[in-house]
Every structure is written in structure tokens, then in C-alpha cells.
Design a protein around this ligand. Structure first.
Ligand SMILES: Cc1cc2nc3c(=O)[nH]c(=O)nc-3n(C[C@H](O)[C@H](O)[C@H](O)COP(=O)(O)O)c2cc1C
Length: 362
């Protein structure tokens, strides 16, 4: 099983709002059944009781897809959902459907739900709430959530006794399976939940995106870096190249200490570049493109992207490459870099920032 070391927030949504409802019995059962596993996985379960939250029927003037909310209650709901990594919806069935409060809670937001796993615990009479869960699932998918396969469906006549639920160890095990699946899928969906993602225009296949690298990208970046610098080793007939040998902690430090951007094709990292300031010089480095994405302008794009991120006051760009890396030298030459010096098989290239085109990034 994929195990992420990141702590996670799971929001357990209770959408029944009527007096005397069974909803809290179901959410209490779920949170107590998974408590042990949740602490092992560093998962925090928070219950969102829609009766307490009291979200009014959609009353925002703009569509939720704009993310612009004028009401405090919508902003609070947005923060709660945005801060969650996964959802468990404990839904009853009303007239073969989900409760109106659940549909309203879904509709109130948009991007906050996307790329997060969701599980359904349903309850009801003959159908055990499965029709409500199926309906809610199709709405959840429309909002970009990804349903897990584990589920619990409670038939009221079999499962409820007095104020609580009839004990059932198999059902408790299903709750733990739900949590495991949510946790695993949340880790895999992380790659799609990338803050600051921008579409790459005019380079590589359609759909590429660029975003600041995060700590979790270090492992994948290390693999891409080694793959790319094998080509450098071949071109320069030497294995004495730092980028080829850097361990994970050094790549991670690079991400933390330098501005680093990664290009993704879907979830996969296919390119990267990083840069840092030294006085009025903007040092660009670790420019890499996966072999199957080369020859389509992505290297040129990354170079120009890095240049455009330079802070105000930058007077020159600087980079290094192997003295025999003809492909790189051609790319940098075409981008206006000139050869400053060569030392120990490494070429030092610089480019003055043209007057009137000084970077404006903060
Ligand atoms: C308005 C309403 C409609 C209902 N419709 C259904 C139904 O279509 N199918 C079903 O299995 N149970 C139905 N029930 C029974 C509920 O599933 C049951 O009352 C359950 O406890 C409701 O959840 P709550 O107690 O958390 O509100 C309905 C109950 C209400 C109040």
C-alpha cells in the first residue's frame, strides 16, 4: 500500500438536519471505529454537522466556480472543505434521493472539492440508503471528487437498536477499510492538488502545467534529474557531475532553498528548472526535460520561464553546462547566452538583461 507520511484531514459530513435524526449516531460510529487507525495514519477526522453549520440555501450572487463569496457562512464552509483532504458522507435516504441539505452543501462550493477522495456511508429503510449514496456519488464526481470503492450501507431495521447501532465487527472493519482507501487515494491525488499551477502554452503536448515544486516532489525530481544527467555524463564522457549523484536530502534542500518549478504531464513530472539570486545575478540551473518530451520547445520554455521569474534589479542571467553538451549549448546560444569561460569541463554562460526588459517579478 502507498503510505504517505503527511498528516491528513478527513471531513465527516452529516447532512441530516431534522430533530431526532439518526445522522450523529452514524457519524459517531464511523469516527470511533476508525479512531485507532486514524492515529496510526496521522489522520484527523472532523465532523461537519450541517444542522449546526446551518448553511442557507444558495445565496451567493456569483457562481461558486468563481471562488468569490460575499457571505461569511460560505467563506467558513469553503475554508473547512478546502482544508480537508478527503470526505466521508454519512447520508440518509429521503424519497430515493440525497437530503436537500447535502446537495446544497455540495453546490455552495466548487474547486474546494476537487481532486479529493470521497466515501459514502448510507442508511435508510429497504435500500439501506444506497439510492441516496449513488445519487450523491454522481454529484461528487461532477465536482471532481474521486469515490473510493469501500462503502457501508446500513439497513435501519437490522442496524439500529435503541439510541445506537447494533455491534458488528465486520462493519467496523469496513469503516477502517474506508479510511485506508481514502488515505491512500489522497496521497495519489496530491499531484493534482497543486497550488499555483499554470498551463504551459506553446511547448510540448497540450495539457502540460507548471507550478512551484513542493517537498513531496523531491523523489520524482531526483529520478528525473538522474535520468537527464546520464545524458550529460555520456555527452561529456565523465561521471564526475554533481547532479548525477545528489541524494534525496540534497534535492529536497534545493527545492526549499531555491525557487524551483516543475512541469507536469498529468501527474507526472516531465521537466524542471530552478534559480536563485546572487547580488544582481539570477543563477539558473537544473534545467531538465524528460527524454520523451524533448524536441518540442520545453527546454526553451523552461529557460524563458526561469528568466521571467527573476527579481527586480537583476542585471544578468547565468548558468553552467557541460563543455561538450552540444544540445544545451545550442539551446542557450539561441536564447542569447554567450560563453564566458570553461573550467574543468564546465562551460559558464551569461546573458545581460536587455535595457527596458528588466524583470519585474517581486
Ligand atoms: C422525508 C423522508 C423521506 C424518506 N424517504 C425514504 C426513502 O426514500 N427510502 C428509505 O429507505 N428511507 C426513507 N426515509 C427513512 C429515513 O431513511 C430514515 O428516517 C432515516 O433515519 C433518516 O435519516 P435521519 O434520521 O438522519 O434524518 C425517509 C425519511 C424522511 C424523513
Amino acid at each position: 500500500m502507498y503510505t504517505s507520511t503527511k498528516s491528513r484531514n478527513v471531513l465527516v459530513i452529516v447532512p441530516s438536519t431534522r430533530p431526532g435524526r439518526r445522522g450523529p449516531v452514524v457519524s459517531d460510529w464511523f469516527t470511533s471505529s476508525v479512531a485507532g487507525r486514524a492515529s496510526e495514519l496521522q489522520v484527523r477526522c472532523t465532523v461537519a454537522d450541517l444542522a449546526e453549520i446551518g448553511l442557507p440555501f444558495l445565496d451567493e450572487p456569483e457562481e461558486p466556480s468563481t471562488g468569490r463569496y460575499v457571505h461569511e457562512h460560505t467563506r467558513r464552509w469553503s475554508e473547512l472543505v478546502e482544508g480537508s483532504d478527503a470526505f466521508v458522507v454519512c447520508t440518509p435516504e429521503y424519497n430515493h434521493a440525497m437530503p436537500a441539505a447535502l446537495k446544497n452543501a455540495f453546490d455552495a462550493l466548487s474547486a474546494e472539492w476537487a481532486h479529493k477522495p470521497v466515501a459514502f456511508v448510507s442508511y435508510g429503510n429497504t435500500s439501506a440508503g444506497t439510492r441516496a449514496a449513488q445519487m450523491a456519488k454522481s454529484v461528487a464526481v461532477t465536482l471532481g471528487m474521486v469515490p473510493v470503492s469501500a462503502t457501508v450501507n446500513l439497513r435501519i431495521a437490522d442496524s439500529f437498536a435503541g439510541e445506537g447501532l447494533v455491534a458488528d465487527p465486520r462493519r467496523d472493519a469496513s469503516a477502517v477499510r474506508i479510511l485506508d482507501e481514502l488515505h491512500e487515494l489522497a496521497g495519489l491525488l496530491d499531484a493534482l492538488r497543486v497550488p499555483g499551477r499554470t498551463r504551459v502554452d506553446g511547448a510540448g503536448p497540450a495539457g502540460l502545467t507548471i507550478a512551484p515544486a513542493r517537498d513531496v516532489d523531491a523523489g520524482e525530481l531526483l529520478v528525473l534529474q538522474r535520468c537527464c544527467w546520464v545524458d550529460e555524463a555520456l555527452a561529456n564522457t565523465t561521471l564526475d557531475i554533481h547532479a548525477l549523484h545528489e541524494p534525496l536530502d540534497v534535492v529536497l534542500r534545493g527545492i526549499r532553498e531555491q525557487a524551483t518549478w516543475v512541469v507536469r504531464d498529468g501527474a507526472r513530472i516531465v521537466g524542471a528548472v530552478r534559480a536563485q539570486s546572487r547580488g544582481t545575478t539570477w543563477e539558473i540551473g537544473r534545467l531538465m526535460v524528460a527524454p520523451d518530451h524533448r524536441g518540442r520547445g520545453l527546454g526553451r520554455y523552461l529557460l524563458s520561464w526561469a528568466e521571467n521569474q527573476a527579481p527586480k534589479g537583476t542585471e544578468r542571467f547565468e548558468l553552467f553546462t557541460g563543455a561538450m553538451s552540444t544540445r544545451n549549448l545550442r539551446l542557450y546560444g539561441r536564447a542569447g547566452y554567450h560563453h564566458e569561460s570553461t573550467s574543468a569541463g564546465v562551460a559558464h554562460l551569461v546573458k545581460a538583461v536587455a535595457r527596458g526588459t528588466e524583470p519585474v517579478a517581486a
